[in-house]
Design a protein around this ligand. Structure first.
Ligand code: SAM
Ligand code: SF4
Ligand code: SF4
Length: 339
């Protein structure tokens, strides 16, 4: 049962927990894990460094006491971690958890969607950056065709999972596929969300000129249909939602660069090796694994430690983003923290 709702220095409650279960991936998306850097000799974490399911469960249970109601599983590619249905089952049985979601590149859903649904998974966010074969094959760095992901999406829908599709838009790379993607998912009645390309990590060589803003995308979409705004469903919802006029099919924008949402950011993130980050752009994490494995809390309980970290939180990177922070801040990789 929830004991208390902890808030940070900007009065933001702690509501969502994102757990990265693995740092490896079967893709090499150019903006996330460029193949030249994440090559055969890249030092991924050995299994012993990953949090075990027991450790994740203990952490998640403690987080529910501080107000967490939703859990998202991510990675790397989370479905590369063995035994995911077991983890989902354990987390979905926790008191106070109302929603469990998973972010995935979708390829393994064909095999796993049914078991994940049965285990208690509510929703999947499937990342797909283009329906155009050539563009998608180039972007995922593994020559994978969009069909492999589209089949995964179909499998998730058939299993009864909620499905949303996320497209990161990068100028000069996949912006020509905005309308083809919108048409495809409008016809299918599946929500598509456009994500502004962000300056996460150190490896993608981010440049503001590559960001296609919500405003530009919105203008393109009106060629397809007029859009009707949809009200925010809850405090801290990151997407601005619209529906195509005359339908119930929604589209969304996650405009973390052009229209920031730090003031309602209620998310804590745990890396696959058990570090807690209070912001996607944080330079340092808090080592919860050491606390769990070696009881290094010096008498402080895990709950006290988490409470004190959240109460001191003051992150609002996207609101403070400048040329200087883009260039000089040492940021963690998206494949490490999971987005
Ligand atoms: N592998 C899974 C996937 O791709 O869905 C989960 C992890 S991936 C890091 C989570 C999300 O982060 C994906 O939707 C991906 O497109 C997004 N992402 C990665 N790098 C990004 C960036 N620089 N800007 C915006 N989104 C990014
Ligand atoms: Fe892998 Fe997801 Fe990163 Fe692409 S975005 S490389 S699928 S972790
Ligand atoms: Fe939250 Fe940090 Fe993103 Fe702001 S920049 S919305 S504080 S994760």
């Amino acid at each position: 049962m929830r004991n208390h709702q902890v808030t940070d220095t900007l009065k933001r409650p702690l509501r969502d927990l994102r757990i990265s279960v693995i740092d490896r991936c079967n893709f090499r998306c150019t903006y996330c894990m460029p193949a030249e850097i994440f090559g055969d000799d890249y030092p991924f974490m050995p299994e012993s460094e990953l949090l075990s399911f027991d450790e994740m469960e203990t952490l998640a249970r403690t987080f529910t006491k501080l107000g967490v109601e939703k859990i998202r599983i991510t990675g790397g590619e989370p479905l590369l971690r063995k035994g995911m249905p077991e983890l989902i089952e354990r987390l979905s049985s926790l008191d106070g958890i109302h929603d469990i979601a998973l972010t995935t590149n979708g390829v393994f859903l064909v095999k796993q969607a049914q078991a994940l649904k049965k285990a208690g998974l509510d929703r999947v966010n499937v990342s797909l950056d283009a329906v155009d074969e050539r563009i998608f094959q180039q972007m995922n760095g593994r020559n994978m065709k969009p069909r492999a992901v589209l089949n995964g999406i179909d499998a998730a829908l058939e299993a009864g999972l909620g499905v949303k599709v996320n497209m990161v838009v990068q100028r000069g790379v996949n912006d020509t596929d905005i309308l083809p993607m919108a048409r495809y998912f409008k016809n299918k009645g599946v929500t598509l969300r456009f994500i502004e390309y962000m300056d996460v990590g150190q490896t993608n060589g981010w440049n503001f000129s590559e960001v296609v803003t919500k405003k530009e995308i919105y203008e393109q979409l009106t060629e397809l249909s007029p859009l009707v705004p949809v009200e925010e469903a809850y405090f801290g919802e990151v997407a601005n939602r619209y529906r195509y006029e005359g339908t119930e099919t929604e589209i969304g924008f996650i405009s973390s660069v052009s229209d920031t949402f730090c003031s309602s950011c209620t998310r804590a993130r745990i890396s696959a090796d058990g570090k807690l980050y209070t912001c996607l752009f944080a330079e340092h994490g808090h080592d919860l694994r050491a606390l769990l494995r070696h009881n290094k809390a010096g008498g402080e309980t895990l709950e006290d430690r988490l409470t004190s970290i959240w109460q001191q939180r003051r992150d609002r990177y996207s609101e403070e983003r400048t040329e200087e922070t883009v260039r000089n801040r040492k940021k963690i990789e998206m494949s490490y923290i999971g987005g």
